[in-house]
Write a new protein. Structure first.
Length: 181
């Protein structure tokens, strides 16, 4: 059974720029730049017929119009028990519409609704044993984050192996976004 999720790949140049933020934080397990992405919908472990239904449903979304995305800052999830560093994605109507469409078609394939609110981001590191003080110091001492912009040309269906997270991820299917407005 593959473990699946949908997302937007991060272009190589943006991934390289994000990779320069790596290092200097005890307890950080840094994600490889090739595995940077914005998750649209976690699906989980599914059987082959369900995976095929999901692919068929996602193909209907490939006419979605392209939109711009902007990464604005580095932050952390977890508060007093930090668990991840991430690059925040500026709110985007286009991204929100695409994510809502993913939610609908994945539920049509029989997958339960996502229980968490959609918070678009690019995970840069998983944290284990990093204190909130260490993370706050890392963030405060980091160079100024210059926003990074890109226009996704496709979304993808990823699979991952059963692990502690952070890849490697495999692109199972790609779905182009329309250049027409």
């Amino acid at each position: 059974m593959p473990r699946l999720f949908t997302g937007i790949e991060i272009p190589r140049d943006i991934g390289f720029a994000l990779s320069l933020k790596r290092g200097g934080l005890h307890g950080a397990r840094w994600i490889e730049p090739n595995d940077y992405h914005i998750t649209l919908r976690f699906i989980g472990d599914v059987d082959a017929p369900t995976a095929n239904d999901i692919v068929d449903n996602l193909e209907r979304l490939s006419k979605t119009v392209r939109f711009d995305l902007r990464l604005t800052q580095i932050d952390s999830f977890g508060g007093d028990k930090p668990r991840a560093l991430y690059a925040a994605v500026e709110p985007s109507d286009g991204l929100n519409r695409l994510q809502a469409a993913h939610e609908r078609v994945i539920q049509q394939a029989g997958i339960a609704p996502e229980g968490r609110k959609f918070v678009p981001h690019v995970t840069l590191a998983r944290l284990r044993g990093a204190s909130s003080d260490d993370v706050a110091r890392f963030l405060s001492e980091a160079p100024v984050f210059e926003p990074l912009r890109f226009t996704p040309t496709q979304f993808v269906l990823y699979s991952s192996r059963d692990s502690v997270g952070g890849g490697p991820y495999v692109v199972e299917e790609s779905f182009p976004l329309s250049a027409q407005t």
